[in-house]
Design a protein around this ligand. Structure first.
Ligand SMILES: [Fe+2]
Ligand SMILES: [Fe+2]
Length: 631
């Protein structure tokens, strides 16, 4: 088991190392040195992890059969990969692959208990995978597939809650597990928007779970079961059913029903506070409960919008910004999300703008600390919620700025990459304007070389910002960038391939990024459109085609030459890259770009950006993070 544990602690260390805190850092140079050291260390840790996977784990997964001891080890290992208590998924896809293998093993033996034990883990994995992929808005079918599987596994447990079936199971732990998972499976309704049939089903299942807690026959079937905790969880699920501003669209009667349960929950809390505090290990807070009650009061008409906002802001002051435990971190995200949703549903007053701006600042500060606190996955879910519901306040913060800062906070190398691609693209574009302005005809609607030259400032600004935002879609799948220790699975490549479309969909919604969305959509498409993704987007039809081609080139150039953020890189130079350009000329890369790179001044300008420019970008990242950190 030791080597499994070591693998996991290396994974955790990798996460911490990728976004170091600034507490012991006093200047930008120290930061750059630290980051370089950290990524060198990440490279070493990743190599050790690969070794473990190739020599221990993969052979085991591929083997004909797995003996019992090893099965237990694998179960523990998988459990830790999703680490539900901390809301931290160390490696979800890995957990998924191992659990699939374990399920195969249990099916072979035909043992129900063993099968249920694997389902017990699988259901957690499916829920987390659903959450992870829900962030990929452009492809809701991916999350829906996990939701569907989750319901299937949940149904296995729900069917077994039946009194007779439960009585037929001898093992008491398995009986407990069945009830717990039946209850848990109700979380798969999360994110089913405004579907009245699903809403009714959800409440029906919750009522069923509520009823069994008050049924003496169940008390007999499950002696020693913690019914207080069970009820507390059921109540909590009732409350969680109403999402921000009732996004899921429960009707007035349903909200009243939930509100009634809320009253009971307060009673339960008052009667059994000591016990609940103990089982919840202090992770849950009275404040979260208060927040739920406020929400129900507002939605059932007992509180006005103004009263509600005021109460929530008072509650927000009670949040703990230094705790990252699942229950406690809640107020840091959920109150802002709730209020952003409420405030943005109507015209926004000046004082409300101040509230929103403050939320965004707080969240960036909080997000920056999280990679070090071991709760990246849970946090990403919320952070993405904030980005998804973002409201631009043009005088204070734009969408472009918010996403860039989020990237810097969570994964500085990804932020530096964005800056690099922005600057390289702008530099190439300057040379195109100098040497071949006719190539830019059509961009921004300019129809002749003279027109292009007259508006070069506009073209350059457009080019720079388009490139800066090219990877915005990555914000929804940024967990995948923490996978350093192993090759990516097909499923992860598929997720990565969604980022141009997700970025496009996000950027189109905001004034500050709308114009750049098409470049983001096309930045992984080959010049000749034969390869790359998304396959359905034909860049030759886009007026921004030349810019897309430049960004593609700048993106590959930065990726090939960066040795910090991509510690697996040997770090090519411009000359080697020019060779790559020549090889891909006319297919992957625009022939005129290859021509342009033959010019010595282009080479030396780019070389400067790759050397001095990159250093400067790391320095500036430090100043940005320092600003977020010290706030
Ligand atoms: Fe990309
Ligand atoms: Fe990129």
């Amino acid at each position: 088991m030791k080597e499994y544990e070591e693998y996991i602690s290396r994974m955790e260390e990798i996460r911490r190392l990728s976004s170091p805190l600034l507490d012991d850092i006093s200047d930008a140079d120290e930061y750059s040195v630290l980051l370089r050291e950290n990524f060198t260390r990440i490279g070493q840790l990743a190599a050790l992890n690969r070794q473990f996977l190739d020599s221990v784990l993969f052979p085991l997964i591929r083997s004909e059969s797995i003996d019992e001891d090893l099965t237990d080890d694998l179960m523990d290992f998988t459990d830790q990969m999703i680490c539900a208590e901390n809301m931290e998924n160390i490696d979800l896809p890995m957990g998924s692959i191992v659990s699939d293998r374990l399920l195969k093993e249990a099916n072979k033996k035909g043992n129900l208990n063993e099968k249920l034990a694997v389902y017990d883990i699988l259901i957690g994995i499916l829920y987390e995978l659903m959450n992870m992929t829900t962030r990929i808005h452009a492809y809701p079918e991916i999350a829906d597939a996990y939701r569907k599987k989750g319901f299937e596994v949940g149904q296995v447990f729900f069917d077994l809650v039946d009194k007779e079936k439960l009585a037929a199971i001898e093992d008491m732990d398995i009986r407990f597990m069945i009830v717990i998972n039946a209850r848990y499976s109700i979380v798969f309704y999360e994110g089913v928007y405004s579907d009245s049939k699903a809403n009714a089903e959800q409440l029906e299942k919750l009522d069923q779970m509520y009823d069994i807690a008050n049924d003496p026959e169940y008390k007999e079937l499950l002696p020693g079961f913690d019914w207080i905790y069970h009820l507390y969880r059921v109540y909590q699920y009732y409350f969680m059913a109403i999402e921000y501003n009732n996004k899921y669209g429960f009707d007035r009667d349903q909200i009243e029903h939930i509100f009634e349960r809320g009253r009971e929950m307060v009673d339960l809390w008052n009667e059994s506070q000591e016990h609940l505090q103990e089982v919840l290990q202090g992770a849950e807070e009275w404040n979260s409960l208060v927040m739920f009650i406020y929400r129900a009061e507002y939605l059932s008409g007992r509180k006005s919008r103004e009263e509600y906002i005021k109460c929530m802001l008072d509650l927000y002051e009670k949040r703990d910004i230094y705790t990252f435990k699942a229950g406690k971190s809640y107020l840091n995200f959920v109150i802002p999300m709730e209020l952003i949703s409420i405030i943005s549903s109507g015209p926004i007053s000046e004082s409300e703008k101040t509230i929103l701006y403050r939320f965004y600042q707080d969240i960036l500060n909080y997000a920056f600390r999280i990679p070090n606190a071991g709760m990246i996955s849970g946090m990403l879910e919320y952070l993405y919620g904030i980005i998804d519901s973002f409201v631009e306040i043009p005088s204070r913060i734009t969408f472009e700025e918010m996403v860039l800062k989020c990237m810097a906070a969570i994964h500085p190398p990804t932020y530096v990459h964005s800056l690099m691609v922005g600057q390289i693209t702008e530099c190439i574009c300057k040379h195109v304007l100098r040497l071949m302005p006719e190539k830019l005809i059509g961009v921004r609607g300019y129809s002749s070389p003279d027109d292009v030259m007259d508006n070069s400032v506009d073209i350059l600004s457009f080019t720079y910002h388009s490139a800066l935002c090219h990877d915005f879609g990555k914000i929804s799948i940024i967990d995948t960038v923490f996978v350093y220790g192993r090759k990516l699975w097909d499923m992860e490549f598929d997720l990565i391939k969604t980022h141009p479309t997700t970025g496009y969909e996000l950027m189109k919604r905001y004034a500050s990024t709308r114009e750049y969305a098409e470049v983001a959509l096309g930045h992984h498409k080959w010049y000749d459109n034969t390869k790359g993704y998304p396959p359905e987007f034909d860049t030759s039809k886009s007026p921004s085609k030349p810019i897309i081609d430049i960004v593609l080139c700048a993106d590959c150039l930065d990726a090939a030459t960066d040795t910090i953020g991509r510690s697996y890189n040997k770090g090519k130079g411009v000359e080697e890259f020019t060779e790559e350009l020549r090889e891909g000329s006319g297919t992957r890369y625009a022939p005129w770009l290859c021509e342009l790179f033959e010019d010595p001044s282009v080479q030396s300008d780019i070389d400067y950006l790759l050397q001095e420019g990159r250093k400067l970008n790391y320095r500036n990242t430090y100043y940005l993070l320092r600003d977020i950190h010290d706030r």
